[in-house]
Design a binder for this molecule. Structure first.
Ligand code: NAD
Length: 351
């Protein structure tokens, strides 16, 4: 029997969060979905235009670091679950401003955990679900895969803050008995991705004939997952994952940055009817990022085995859909690349 449920999704105006909110609002009409987001530079309600009028959806603007606000918010609504995505998420920004990452990712998470303890006391079915990254595991050599038992070894202020929040979630489970699940996912790509991250940055730069800044020698290797496949995994873990467990989520899709960039260039030349090789000429190698992890790769066999999840699209299909989305949504791109983004872009790429 379907009982009404109140679900809090934090960071729902961001890239991944907006796909999770849409999926939950549309798939579970008998739930009420609360989207709590501070609307930082990365949060954008335009991402959710299509669900903003839905009867089972509410947006609340607020900062997870504000303890009084969070406690008051939790005392108004009896939540059945929290899916926590709100975070500072960009590694390059964490290098220039680590404290804001500690603030949101660590303090904000602990605030939510404290409020969740109270919620769990009143509701035995309550669950806290923390969305995290594979970057907490550090870097791999040329071979091997991250599994759920790989020791944490974060190398950037971003991954250190996410590792810390993962530890707090786990500790609240052990110390206070808070029912929780955690998932650690590889790099996402897809519609609504803020164009400071590699794939949307490069799509945007190719459209505008701007250089494509590839770090170091371009041999950094990442595993890529289409964002809607991540949202599906989150849905499955939230509903069927075991309390106290961690699940790794990945695309079985490893790419060196330089090869990915060339693939993107080829696809964009075709889409824009440009001569073969036009976009590749925009590739420029730039000074390496400090503390740059060589390779991330995920063993996602546990979620496949236990929950039956696997990615639904190939990388080429996902990239094509992503490129089409950016070409069809130039207005979105223009909005998010005005203001603060322009300043950041100039500082980062035109020093
Ligand atoms: P994002 O930067 O696009 O979105 C983050 C959202 O959180 C924004 O809407 C922002 O306004 C909100 N937010 C930031 N600080 C806040 C605060 N103090 N209070 C309330 N809201 C706040 O990030 P994303 O790429 O969608 O990532 C979402 C989550 O998934 C993060 O926790 C991230 O660590 C994790 N993750 C991301 C990836 C990826 O490839 N993008 C991969 C694995 C895990």
């Amino acid at each position: 029997k379907n009982t009404p449920k109140s679900i809090l999704i934090t960071g729902g105006a961001g890239f991944i969060g907006s796909h999770v909110v849409r999926r939950f609002v549309n798939s579970y009409p008998h739930y009420h979905i609360y989207n709590l987001d501070a609307l930082t530079y990365a949060g954008n309600l335009e991402n959710l235009k299509d669900v903003q009028e839905a009867r089972n959806y509410s947006f609340v603007k607020g900062d997870i670091v504000d303890t009084d606000f969070i406690n008051a918010f939790f005392s108004q609504t009896k939540f059945d679950g929290v899916i926590h995505l709100a975070a500072e998420s960009h590694v390059d920004r964490s290098i220039s401003d680590p404290l804001s990452f500690v603030r949101t990712n660590v303090l904000g998470t602990v605030n939510l955990l404290n409020a969740s303890l109270e919620a769990a006391k009143k509701n035995p079915n309550f669950r806290f679900y923390h969305i995290s990254t594979d970057e907490v595991y550090g870097s791999l050599g040329k071979t091997g895969l991250f599994t759920e038992t790989t020791p944490y070894s974060p190398n950037s202020p971003y991954s250190a803050s996410k590792a810390s929040s993962d530890h707090f979630v786990r500790a609240y489970g052990e110390t206070y008995g808070l029912p929780f699940v955690i998932s650690n996912c590889s790099n996402n790509y897809g519609p609504n991705h803020f164009p400071e991250k590699l794939i949307p940055l490069f799509i945007n730069n190719i459209i505008n004939n701007r250089p494509l800044p590839v770090y170091g020698d371009g041999n950094y290797t990442r595993d890529w997952l289409y964002v809607k496949d991540h949202a599906e995994a989150i849905d499955l873990i939230f509903h069927k994952g075991k309390n106290g467990e961690t699940y790794n989520i990945g695309g079985f899709n490893e790419w060196k940055n330089i090869d990915l960039t060339k693939l993107l260039c080829r696809l964009m030349d075709k889409k824009l009817n440009r001569m073969k090789g036009t976009s590749e000429k925009l590739i420029t190698f730039v000074k390496d990022r400090p503390g740059h992890d060589l390779r991330y790769a995920i063993d996602a066999s546990k979620i496949n085995r236990e929950l039956g999840w696997k990615p639904s699209v190939t990388f080429e299909e996902g990239l094509e859909r992503t490129i089409d989305w950016y070409l069809d949504n130039q207005e979105w791109l223009d909005h998010v690349t005005s203001g603060d983004y322009t300043l950041y872009y100039q500082k980062q790429y035109q020093p």
